[in-house]
Design a binder for this molecule. Structure first.
Ligand code: ZN
Length: 105
């Protein structure tokens, strides 16, 4: 059996390295929209956050997404994302717990 490499990504808020499936991806689409991407497959520049609202709040305060996405993210966008983040959090945690076998990187 070959050892499987788990791709690690860094949470833009707390700077912790984690496997992709433990992180929520935020993407800046080619249309310059900033969205939460639970599939992890949307085209665009991505930033990762752990699936915790505390981390989102940290990112908002420090404007970490602006830096990670290389785009100014307005206060209203952060507010919208925060609501979305809270909404998807349960789904995210549920799906993460369900897929405890490794998926392909
Ligand atoms: Zn974090």
């Amino acid at each position: 059996m070959r050892p499987r490499k788990i791709p690690l990504r860094k949470c833009v808020a707390c700077q912790e390295m984690m496997s992709k499936k433990e992180l929520i991806r935020v993407v800046r689409t080619p249309d310059e929209e900033v969205l939460i991407d639970l599939t992890g497959k949307k085209a665009g520049r991505g930033a990762y956050l752990c699936g915790k609202v505390e981390c989102f709040k940290l990112a908002k305060k420090a404007k970490s997404l602006d830096r990670a996405l290389k785009q100014t993210v307005g206060e209203d966008i952060y507010d919208g994302l925060e609501r979305e983040f809270i909404k998807v959090q349960d789904t995210f945690i549920a799906s993460r717990d369900r897929n405890d076998d490794d998926d392909e990187a």
